[in-house]
Write a protein that binds this ligand. Structure first.
Ligand code: ASP
Length: 334
């Protein structure tokens, strides 16, 4: 029988109400006991590195979860992480970089309604996640939620209430779960496993901020960010528009990268990605050395990948090399 480690971290799934709002209190074993037929799928062990609302999940917690996986890696066939939905997409992306090329599945799930709610989605999400983690063809980091399997670098929380909370950004879902069956779309690659160990990392640079352009946002914001940040993920307009009515953005952005800091350009439009070359208002940045292009990556994955790349090296050329290397299907190469 397959062995799965369930790593419980909190979230709505584990939450109960004591009069001051939902907060996580239930443990991994308590949650698993509520899910019918789980013991027919695998042998389950438990660990609980934290029990928090994922609003409070920080990069140091991502490292702690990665450490749980690393320490137990050889003893299990797969891992299921119970996690709050609000920042699950960030954690799934971060784990994709902290545990690269895992032949064993690392599945994140949670729920929109607490386990204690009679109409909860928690039972099915846990059952589906364990089912998927037990399947021989599953690998790498993914989110299993609402009957869908989404690559860990492509998940995005799209809905605050519905059970289909997550969508897969700019990339097809990896699989669907129908009852007891995992349905993998025709043509989805089944890569042979050769028993190779994954590459683990244990450092991140937390000094990364997302800056969303809004009309009239002054370029002087870059000066304010200098003290506290090593990298900005800039969410531009449309396919890559950056205001150029007075030249201040160009000056601020060129200064930022020329001083050795990292600038990642992406779009605030959720789907289809960036192309700086299309409009004059983006053109100047397309060829500028040191500006990294997010292409069709999700903002969650860009945050995690930038923190990870800067955690490994300070050499801009090496940061760029790590940034552009496709990891867990995070970017579509043009
Ligand atoms: N606030 C909760 C959390 O992210 C929401 C949820 O789990 O659905 O922990």
């Amino acid at each position: 029988m397959r062995r799965i480690l369930l790593i419980a971290t909190g979230g709505t799934i584990a939450s109960t109400e004591d009069g001051s709002g939902l907060a996580p209190t239930m443990t991994g074993p308590e949650l698993a006991r509520q899910v019918p037929l789980l013991d027919t799928l695998c042998e389950l062990d438990f660990t609980q590195p934290m029990n928090i609302d994922s609003t409070n999940m920080r990069p140091r917690d991502w490292l702690e979860i990665a450490r749980c996986v690393r320490e137990a890696y050889d003893d299990y066939d797969g891992f299921v992480i119970l996690h709050g939905t609000d920042t699950m997409a960030y954690t799934a992306a971060a784990l994709s970089y902290l545990v690269r090329g895992s032949e064993k599945p690392i599945v994140l799930t949670g729920s929109q309604q607490p386990m204690a709610n009679p109409f909860t989605d928690a039972k099915l999400n846990i059952y589906h996640s364990v089912l998927y983690a037990c399947d021989e063809a599953s690998r790498d980091v993914s989110v299993v939620f609402g009957g869908k399997v989404i690559c860990g670098t492509r998940a995005h929380k799209q809905r605050t209430m519905s059970f289909n909370a997550f969508t897969s950004m700019n990339f097809p879902s990896l699989a669907y779960i129908r009852g007891n069956r995992i349905v993998r779309p025709a043509g989805s690659p089944l890569v042979e496993k050769d028993g190779r160990a994954p590459c683990f990392s244990d450092t991140l640079d937390e000094r990364v901020i997302v800056l969303k352009l809004t009309p009239e946002l002054p370029a002087s914001i870059f000066d304010l960010l200098r003290r506290d940040y090593d990298a900005i993920i800039l969410e531009t307009f449309g396919i890559g528009g950056i205001p150029d009515h007075d030249g201040s953005y160009r000056e601020a952005i060129f200064d930022w990268v020329d001083s050795g800091r990292t600038l990642v350009v992406t779009t605030q439009v959720p789907e289809e990605g960036l192309d700086l070359g299309v409009y004059e208002v983006g053109h100047a940045y397309a060829q500028k050395a040191g500006i990294l292009k997010g292409d069709d990556m999700s903002t969650e994955a860009l945050v995690a990948k930038t923190m990870w790349a800067l955690g490994q090296t300070r050499d801009p050329a090496e940061v760029a090399r790590l940034f552009y290397e496709p990891i867990n299907c995070d970017r579509t190469s043009r």
